[in-house]
Design a protein around this ligand. Sequence first.
Ligand code: C2E
Ligand code: CA
Ligand code: CA
Ligand code: CA
Length: 279
Amino acid sequence: AKSMGHNMYFVYENRMAENINAHLTLGGGLRKAIDEEEFELYYQPKIRLSDETTVGAEALIRWFHPELGMISPDNFIPLAEESGLILPLGEWVIRRACRQLQEWRELGYPPICVSVNLSGRQFMQTNLVDMVKQVLDETGVDPKYLELELTESMLMADGQQTIVKLHNFRKLGLTLSIDDFGTGYSSLAYLKKFPIQALKIDRSFIKDLGVNCDDNAIVKASIVMAHSLNLKVVAEGVEKRSQVDILKEYKCDEIQGYYFAKPMSSQDFLGYMDSHTMF
Ligand code: C2E
Ligand code: CA
Ligand code: CA
Ligand code: CA
C-alpha cells in the first residue's frame, strides 16, 4: 500500500506538472525576462490617407525568449495580467516608447505620434497617471506625441473612476484612442461620454471590405458618426489596395496594416522613416 501511495503521488505530480508546465515555463520566464530585458518594442506605421504619409506608429511588444524565440504578445500578455507582472512590464513599455521618441527626435526625424496599448489590469492601477507623468518628465517627451490605446471593455469596467482617469490623462496632454472598435458592446454615443480623440476600427470589419456589404455599411457609418463626434478614425489590419481605396472614399483618416508596413524593430523603423516621411 505504501509503494502504491507513492506511485499515485508521482502520477498525480506528473500530471500536475504537465498541466502547468507551459504556464510555468512562460510565467516563470516572464519575471526573468523583465530583469534581463528580453523584450523589445516593434513599431507599425500609421499612414494618413489624404497624402499617404506616415504620421504615427503603434508600439507592439515582442518577447525574444532565449530558447523559444519570438513569442507573440497574445501568448504572454494574458499571463502577465494574471500574475500582476503586467504592471512592471506595462511601465517598461511606456518608458521604452518615450525614450524611443526622444531618440528619434535627437536624430533629427520629424515628430510622429507613438501609441502604446494598455491592458485592463494596468488601467485599473491607481497610480497609473502619476507613473505616466513621471516617465514623461523623466524623458522630456512632449505629451502630445504619446497616445494611449484603450479598449471598450476597459472603459466599461471601472465606472466613474474611468472618466476621472481619462480626464487626468487629457490634462497631461496625452491623446486617447479606442482600440478594436466595434468588438465591444458599447455604442459610439456612449463612448462619447469619455474624453477620447480617436477610434481604431477593428481588423475584423476591414478584412472583407469590398466583399461583404454589411462590413462596408458598418465601416462607412462608423466613420460618418465618429467624424460628427469630432473623432479621428484609424482603420486596422489593412492588407489590400482595394481596402485602402474604399477607406479613402469613406474619408477614413489613417490606416495601419500590412499593405503599407508590418510592425518592425526600431532600427528598421528608422530606415522606413527615411523613405516615408516628409524629411
Ligand atoms: P492590437 O492592439 O489590436 O494590435 C494590432 C495587431 O494586429 C498586432 O498584433 C499587429 O501586428 C497586427 N496587425 C497589424 N496589421 C495587420 C494586418 O494587416 N493583418 C493582420 N493579420 N494583422 C495585423 P501583435 O503585435 O501580435 O499584438 C497582438 C495584441 O497584443 C495587440 O492587439 C494588443 O492587444 C496586444 N499587445 C501588443 N503589444 C502590447 C503592449 O505593449 N501592451 C499590452 N498591454 N498589450 C499589447
Ligand atoms: Ca492596439
Ligand atoms: Ca486593435
Ligand atoms: Ca486586437
